[in-house]
Design a protein around this ligand. Structure first.
Ligand code: ZN
Length: 459
């Protein structure tokens, strides 16, 4: 059971919080009290100081194999997470090989859908500056470089003051703490799961799912997807779908591209694999709803900057005429701490109140639409259409144009660029930020550290 008072980051606040004795339901209201009584700089120092501590809530297997998720109509029984054998999967945190029988089968299935896949070459290392032709090619509709969103992209929630709550890159060491907080605050979220982390923490993934959070795909090894060949994209998505199904018994129908790196080629492949592309809200080049929390652990940003970003996000969220989706992560201690100690309490105390819910719910769809096995296709016919995304809309100016696309088979590959890119994304405070595409090598190092339990080295 989660208790704020037991959490290691808050000992200095104890004298101020002991009276009145908090009850679980007071949790959302208590953190603003903390914010007032504990000077914000002190709170930030605590979060940013890298105080190494063990997760309060450890991953554990709490659900017996064969448990049926009663909250989800037609859901199959829960598989045995302990029976997961990593040897049956590709190496962690690397783009899987494409010559395996599994990937070859998925390539055939993608081709069989008849969905036209635009014949764009993969982008090369360096992101927007080193890919000027791709940036200028409006038919590519590259979200990372220019913010172009396709009509099918989920960038926001339709209803004003509604927040599609999401966490990326887990499950990881501190996800259990976040789950406990969300449970006490009676909140549900969408977790975009990295397939390699599902191998590392299958029990945590089951806990997320059984707590009625939405589980979605976030690739196998977290690469910038536009740099991959068609076959590699299929391998990244296919293996992540498979491991999630092997752990949960269900297959997600939503995915989020790492770094928001998606164009019409990647979108078409994802669609052919039954995955709805979901990004986060971007109301202008200067106002993306990215907290920047991922970069605290690596030292590229500070907690102060992240909270500044958050204040801008929450300010923008109250003025736009639709709901919103914010980018946050459950990968690091700092990202989980800043969510539990500041962002969520701040949002819960906001007046007028926000409606906070998973993306599937903010879209006014039932949770069973989030999974292939439980989706009856009545309201969420993902992957059933043979039409490729053809519209090209600009998120920055509202303009909408349509471009013809060149069809190509899923097996039509181009040279692979296994290299880092970067993003032209801007933070919500209006400054160009360094929040971009991390080098795969650094992501691999982070992931390996998580697997080996030495994440403290990065804190
Ligand atoms: Zn990510």
């Amino acid at each position: 059971m989660y208790t704020t008072l037991a959490r290691p980051l808050l000992p200095l606040a104890l004298p101020l919080l002991l009276v009145p004795q908090p009850s679980p339901r007071l949790l959302p209201a208590r953190a603003p009290l903390l914010r007032v009584l504990l000077p914000l700089p002190s709170l930030l120092v605590l979060i940013a100081s890298g105080m190494s501590s063990a997760p309060t809530v450890a991953a554990s297997t709490t659900f017996a194999s064969g448990t049926t998720p009663t909250f989800l109509p037609n859901a199959p029984p829960l598989p045995n997470a302990l029976s997961l054998n990593p040897a049956n999967y590709p190496p962690l945190d690397k783009t899987p090989p494409v010559d395996s029988p599994e990937v070859q089968q998925w390539i055939k299935e993608v081709n069989a859908t008849g969905i036209q896949i635009p014949d764009f070459a993969p982008t090369v290392a360096g992101g927007c500056p080193t890919n000027p032709d791709a940036v200028n090619d409006q038919s590519r509709c590259w979200w990372t470089c220019g913010g172009c969103a396709a009509p099918d992209d989920i960038e926001q929630c339709p209803d004003k003051m509604t927040w599609g709550l999401t966490y990326d890159d887990g499950p990881a060491l501190y996800t259990g703490d976040l789950l406990a907080y969300l449970d006490q605050a009676n909140l549900k979220a969408t977790f975009f799961v990295v397939g390699s982390r599902a191998i590392s923490y299958p029990a945590l993934l089951q806990e997320e799912y059984m707590a009625q959070h939405q589980i979605a795909v976030h690739t196998w090894s977290h690469p910038p997807m536009t740099t991959l060949t068609n076959e590699q994209i299929i391998a990244e998505l296919g293996w992540t779908k498979k491991v999630i199904k092997d752990v949960l018994g269900v297959t997600p129908t939503f995915w989020r591209p790492p770094y928001g790196d998606v164009d019409n080629r990647v979108r078409a492949i994802a669609k052919a694999m039954g995955l709805q592309t979901s990004i986060w809200t971007r109301i202008s080049p200067e106002a993306t709803f990215d907290t920047g929390d991922f970069d605290i652990a690596g030292g590229q940003t500070t907690s102060t900057q992240v909270l500044n970003n958050w204040e801008n996000i929450i300010g923008n969220a109250t003025t736009i005429d639709h709901g919103f989706i914010v980018l946050e992560h459950d990968l690091f201690q700092q990202t989980v701490d800043i969510a539990m100690d500041y962002i969520l309490p701040d949002a819960l105390a906001h007046q007028p109140p926000f409606k906070i819910e998973p993306i599937i719910s903010c879209l006014n769809k039932p949770l069973q639409d989030a999974y292939i096995e439980t989706n009856d296709n009545s309201s969420n016919p993902i992957g059933m259409s043979s039409a490729a995304p053809t519209g090209v809309s600009s998120a920055s100016d509202g303009a909408h144009t349509t471009s013809p696309q060149t069809g190509a088979s899923a097996t039509g590959s181009a040279s692979s660029a296994e290299a880092s890119g970067n993003s032209s994304g801007a933070s919500a405070n209006g400054k160009n930020s360094a929040m971009g595409i991390a080098a795969p090598s650094s992501m691999g190092a982070i992931a390996l550290a998580l697997v080996s339990g030495v994440v403290a080295l990065f804190l």
